[in-house]
Ligand binder design. Structure first.
Ligand code: NAI
Ligand code: MG
Length: 355
């Protein structure tokens, strides 16, 4: 029997509610399809930080290293500054495990209304590929001078290796998924060094994929086009900062970020990849059992896909989409229903078992 070991880190707030709910659904999919998911739980969170002064133990990364994947809820909670929780848990995992691809689907699900007038499922269906390890998010720079004379410098890092590998991933992904069209987010009219280099590499890598169409837009007009004509996109690749913004704007046009998933991938599979919803710990609703588990469940489907279990992944998505339009299944309050996290997940689970 096929077995996968998964490190689960529920983290903070609603992470502790949506992770167990999603695990119920994934475990049911595994049982139905004849494989086993062995979840090992790591209780690392802001609570851990308040008790020990660290978000995870010193050997935390070593403890995760041998798993097939990491399944994360959310980290960050009032009482611990966000840069502490982020740089103490999430970013070390992404960077040490060379998860240099952040992959996010932007897809309007059935039963969810888009804030864009007249858009139906099928109209909005593309992927954002975000560079996840360098670019504008660096710790290089500094502050000097005081008062009126203060100067701040923040450096961006674009390595040839880092740029080429994310662009190549986008083209490979476009080819593999049959969406043979890659759009690059640039800003080479404003950023004098980094983006002309990015454009150069985009053209060079694109030339290796004559069967994949390539185009590029400055990120400002690209943002406008996400809203005005989302139908035109298939795969959109961007640097760390541009990809970060575009991959929240994307789910925004599909109605709610609560349903959006993401994958932090180490494509070479030297290290485990990490799967997590786009949303955070939602302190405003934490502990009430009403968080929407869809983003976590969909992240789980992406994890199954990564593990090579494409059919079970598709099964989870079909169950999710079926449950979303079933009149007798209560959706969570963010989707206008009066359902609970556990109740909706159970409904997805029994829908799945019945498919
Ligand atoms: P958030 O995503 O936690 O919440 C934003 C709004 O969306 C809130 O009103 C919340 O109730 C709602 N929401 C989010 N997920 C939902 C769900 N599944 N079901 C129903 N409603 C949902 O973002 P916020 O408030 O900016 O951040 C809260 C904490 O989470 C912060 O400490 C932040 O640093 C952390 N965070 C962590 C992330 C991660 O672990 N990758 C990502 C984003 C934020
Ligand atoms: Mg973001």
């Amino acid at each position: 029997m096929r077995r996968y070991s998964i490190a689960s880190i529920p983290g903070d707030g609603i992470g502790r509610e949506v992770v167990p709910a999603a695990i119920e659904v994934l475990t049911a999919a595994a049982a139905k399809c004849g494989f086993v998911l062995e979840f090992r739980h790591f209780d690392w969170s802001c609570q851990t930080y308040l008790e020990t002064g660290k978000m995870m133990p010193d050997d935390g990364l070593d403890r995760l290293r041998d798993h097939d994947a990491v399944f994360l809820g959310a980290v960050g909670f009032p009482g611990v500054p966000d840069h502490i929780s982020l740089w103490g848990l999430l970013l070390p995992i992404r960077r040490e495990f060379e998860q240099y691809v952040n992959l996010r689907p932007v897809r309007l699900l059935p039963g969810i209304a888009s804030p864009l007038r007249d858009k139906a499922p099928g109209d909005i269906d593309f992927w954002v590929v975000r560079e996840n390890s360098e670019g504008e998010y660096s710790q290089i720079g500094g502050r000097t001078g005081t008062g009126e004379n203060e100067i701040v410098v923040q450096q961006a890092i674009f390595s040839r290796r880092g740029t080429d590998r994310i662009l190549r991933y986008a083209f490979d992904f476009a080819r593999r998924s049959g969406r043979r069209h890659v759009t690059s987010a640039t800003k080479s009219n404003g950023l004098y060094h980094s983006m002309p280099f990015w454009d150069e590499r985009f053209a060079a890598i694109g030339a290796e994929y004559p069967d994949v169409a390539a185009d590029q837009y400055h990120v400002d007009i690209l943002a406008a086009r996400f809203v005005m004509s989302p139908e035109r996109f298939n795969v959109v690749v961007g640097s760390n900062l541009f990809g970060d913004i575009l991959s929240d704007l994307g789910p925004g046009i599909t109605g709610t970020i609560a349903v959006a998933p993401s994958a932090n991938l180490n494509p070479e599979r030297r290290f485990p990849s990490m799967f997590e919803p786009v949303h955070g710990s939602a302190p405003d609703i934490a502990g009430q059992g009403i968080a929407n588990p869809i983003g976590q469940i969909w992240s789980g489907a992406m994890m199954l896909e990564h593990l090579g279990e494409a059919e079970p992944a598709a099964l989870v998505m079909r169950a999710l989409e079926t449950a979303l339009i079933a009149p007798d299944i209560a959706r969570t309050p963010d989707l206008g229903g009066n359902g609970t996290t556990a109740g909706f997940a159970q409904a997805v689970r029994s829908t799945l078992l019945g498919l």
